[in-house]
Design a binder for this molecule. Structure first.
Ligand code: ZN
Ligand code: ZN
Length: 363
């Protein structure tokens, strides 16, 4: 028997549907029947070859939901709960962090561990079914798999996707205090996640700058108090509006989720003195930008932090919040359109052109 998978064979080449062998499970492995996987901005970058060290051909899809088909010697999930065939699960896409290197042991930054692998990004299709754009997903021994908390659905998880977890991580990194004013730059999946969790964490005011209009509607639905259209306003108009909202001081916290270097000076400009700025949107290198170290950083006493990817606790806690506050977090609405494996190329084009906020791959 074979398993169908959508494969990016090389940068710039449209995805191909391959037949791959149905795997035999080693001890400790879990095989999933894919329920849904996501198409995110990273997949568009992978398609264009903008990430370093990607072992093409790859099966994309780093955040996925599946149903357990088979588990070899695995009876509990990563949280210690029973795991059995038929359970609907998700898993932490990062694997093979060594817990033995300098980054893991001394710096305690496992997200910089050189052994770190990511499903759908840094595993090759020749290594197995290690991405979500496939009928089945092979979870190697030690992959952190866990059952979706009730009443979270596959659409909730994939509608939020990796942006849900990155948004959660960015808010946590900002150390946002209750009552703080927050600016989220960008209304893509990371910006939507950041806006939603800022509101849940108790922000006094959440402002989102983004485009196009349907994404601003989603931002409002997820907790933004004010949504400003990026391309229908000038930087001066945006600054005027935000200064008016903050008594002329600027926001306490700004979270960048745009991937556009031009957002950085604007974000610093709108930050109050002593405020915190988290940069979470630059997963690929989009080039430098000019800053004024005196006015933007030193005199401003700005606290600037980067957020690289997510850790397992972000995923678990974000989904726990989604389970508890499902009414306030309609991420299933963000999951706008479903695509089969043969339509993966169209899904990438639709995401890149911002025709959809989150595309689902449903094999
Ligand atoms: Zn390590
Ligand atoms: Zn992603």
């Amino acid at each position: 028997m074979t398993v169908k998978a959508a494969v990016l064979v090389a940068p710039g080449k449209p995805p191909e549907v391959w037949d791959l062998p149905d795997p035999v499970l080693e001890r400790g492995a879990v095989l999933l029947e894919t329920v849904a996987s996501e198409v995110c901005g990273t997949d568009v970058h992978l398609y264009h070859g903008r990430l370093a060290g990607v072992p093409y051909p790859i099966i994309p899809g780093h955040v996925s939901v599946g149903r357990v088909l088979e588990a070899n010697g695995v009876r509990t999930d990563a949280l210690g709960d029973p795991l059995a065939p038929g359970d609907v699960v998700t898993f932490y896409d990062v694997h093979e962090v060594c817990h033995n290197c300098w980054h893991c042991l001394v710096a305690r930054q496992p997200n910089r561990c050189p052994s770190r692998k990511v499903y759908g990004i840094t595993y090759s299709a020749t290594d197995g079914l290690l991405g979500g754009w496939a009928e089945r997903i092979y979870l190697k021994p030690g992959v952190r798999v866990f059952r979706l908390p009730e009443p979270v659905s596959a659409d909730d998880v994939i509608g939020g996707g990796c942006g849900l977890f990155t948004g959660y991580a960015a808010v946590e990194r900002s150390a946002l205090a209750m009552g703080d004013t927050v600016l989220v730059q960008g209304a893509g999946p990371v910006g939507l996640g950041a806006a939603a969790f800022s509101a849940l964490r108790g922000a006094g005011l959440v402002v989102v700058i983004g485009a196009p209009a349907p994404r601003l509607e989603l931002a409002r639905a997820l907790g933004a108090d004010v949504a400003i259209h990026l391309t229908e306003t000038s930087p001066g108009q945006r600054a005027g509006q935000i200064m008016e909202l903050t008594g002329g001081r600027g926001v306490d916290v700004a979270i960048e989720a745009t991937g556009n270097p031009a957002a950085i000076p604007e974000g610093l400009d709108l930050l109050r003195a002593g405020g915190t700025y988290v940069i979470a949107g630059h997963y690929t290198d989009t080039g430098p930008v000019e800053l004024n170290p005196h006015g933007d950083i030193n005199r401003k006493h700005a606290d600037i932090r980067g957020q690289w990817g997510t850790d397992f606790p972000h995923v678990v806690r974000a989904l726990r919040m989604l389970a508890k506050h499902r009414e306030r977090l309609p991420f299933a609405k963000v999951a706008e359109r479903r695509y089969g494996l043969a339509e993966a190329g169209r899904a990438l084009a639709d995401v890149e052109a911002l025709r959809v906020t989150k595309a689902l791959i449903v094999p």
